[in-house]
Design a protein. Structure first.
Length: 230
């Protein structure tokens, strides 16, 4: 079963501004770093086993030339303002998942190598996989990630550098709420992709619940998340 790795919030603020703003709200976010090949940078807030990423354009000329699907969505969405945009699910074998999705008839991006230069000069690496879709007002599928380190190794290093504090690990992202035009249609599409059974208007993953609500907003997108202790 897939687990939520992180949710993505598109912003026009730089990472330092995000950190300063969210600290006022009592959170402990950190400056994540730069995606040099994509022209973007981010701030991060970790919970027990997932996190929030605030993603922004740092160098517009690089971002505009990028073919990375999330960057293309960022450029498309940010015109209408800030907000939650998409989410990422964690896998320990993206090659196998890619073959499975293709066998099911989905077109994919193939495995995309990725890295981020951290604010302290370190380098974090991972692989990504996207389901091909047109970037428009319809709800994008989740994308997928495989980290270079195991979850235990990754969180150990995040504790060591102060990114994750004890209070972070008391929290979890309990629910991810999507606004869509047709709830039944989206449940069918997402349950097929993720091999999950539906219950009412929800899909249950290993560490969170997806909730689909019928709302006629300007775009079908991840609308909100609920964070709670436990």
């Amino acid at each position: 079963m897939f687990e939520l790795d992180h949710v993505v919030y598109f912003t026009t603020k730089n990472p330092q501004q995000v950190v300063e703003q969210e600290k006022i709200e009592g959170l402990h976010p950190v400056e994540g770093g730069q995606h040099l090949d994509w022209g973007t940078y981010n701030a991060l807030f970790y919970t027990k086993n997932s996190y929030i990423e605030w993603l922004a354009v740092e160098h517009e000329n690089i971002a505009e030339q990028s073919t990375q699907p999330l960057v293309k969505q960022l450029l498309y969405d940010i015109v209408d303002g800030e907000g939650f945009a998409s989410l990422c699910l964690r896998s320990n074998d993206l090659e196998k998942k890619n073959r499975y999705f293709q066998k099911m008839g989905y077109r994919t991006s193939g495995i995309i190598p990725a890295e981020r230069r951290t604010s302290n000069g370190g380098l974090r690496k991972w692989k990504m996989l996207f389901i091909d879709h047109k970037i428009d007002h319809t709800l994008p599928y989740p994308f997928f990630i495989q980290w270079e380190q195991t979850d235990e190794e990754r969180y150990s290093s995040l504790r060591e550098d102060g990114t994750v504090k004890p209070e972070n690990e008391e929290l979890t992202i309990k629910r991810c709420i999507f606004h869509v035009e047709n709830v039944e249609e989206k449940l069918i599409h997402w349950s097929r992709l993720l091999s999950l059974s539906t219950k009412g208007n929800t899909l249950k993953l290993g560490n969170t619940v997806f909730v689909f609500e019928e709302k006629h907003d300007s775009k079908e997108r991840l609308h909100a998340i609920e964070i709670a202790k436990g």
